[in-house]
Design a protein around this ligand. Structure first.
Ligand code: GTS
Length: 210
């Protein structure tokens, strides 16, 4: 039986980076899928028992955890994905916070401004992605920080994956980011997950084909 459970709506959104980490680390997990409508209509009593009234919730046995980035960090500590020393850990936090800033901007556009803000977001996209090209240029390992993969890599992959889905050519002018993206999606266990029905049947948006 899987040790880990993700309790979340039937979308990728704020669970995708956690799923990427788990899949790539060879962990099994169970999906506890929460129907969206009853929840948003206040008809799902589970909301009251969530720390911030929100999902995702992650459970490891009887340990319950909320906040997607806290979940990533918890798993990073358990699976040695948090750098080799305090400085690497701080840099991993820094890059993850940068990815989170971009995730928030992307979600605002994708979930709230899709019809009105697409052109503007497409124009801004190169400026939003360029910091990550610079970060990669300062580290020769191919990963964001240090010589091995960290939880920030799953976080950035999540953000890039979403950008590529809405703008397939968006990495073309960023050779390092493009190579990084290709390397990440080719990691054997991640590739299997990305090609799985579980991933394909879990949409980016509940009401759109993307
Ligand atoms: N900072 C939180 C995290 O990273 O986990 C945000 C969680 C959050 O905003 N959850 C939303 C939610 O539960 C769903 S989603 O934005 O992740 O898709 N909304 C329902 C509610 O009742 O607030």
């Amino acid at each position: 039986m899987a040790q880990y459970t993700i309790t979340y709506f039937p979308v990728r959104a704020r669970s995708q980076s956690v799923r990427f980490l788990l899949a790539d680390q060879g962990c099994e997990w169970k999906e506890d899928v929460v129907p969206i409508e009853p929840w948003y209509q206040g008809k799902d009593d589970r909301k009251k028992s969530m720390a911030f009234g929100q999902l995702p919730m992650f459970t490891d046995g009887d340990f319950r955890l909320f906040q997607s980035n806290a979940i990533l960090r918890y798993l990073a500590r358990k699976h040695y994905l948090y750098g080799k020393n305090d400085k690497e850990a701080a840099l991993i936090d820094m890059v993850n916070d940068g990815a989170e800033d971009l995730r928030i901007k992307f979600f605002r556009f994708f979930f709230q401004e899709w019809d009105t803000g697409k052109e503007k977001y497409m124009e801004e996209m190169p400026d939003l992605l360029s910091p990550f090209e610079r970060i990669l240029s300062k580290n020769s390992s191919g990963f964001l920080v240090g010589s091995t993969i960290s939880f920030a890599d799953y976080s950035l992959l999540d953000v890039l994956y979403n950008h590529v889905a809405v703008a397939p050519d968006c990495l073309k002018s960023f050779p390092l980011l493009q190579a990084y993206y290709d390397m990440m999606v080719s990691r054997p266990k991640l590739k299997v997950y990305l090609e799985s029905e579980d991933h394909k049947n879990c949409p980016m948006h509940p009401a759109r084909t993307l």
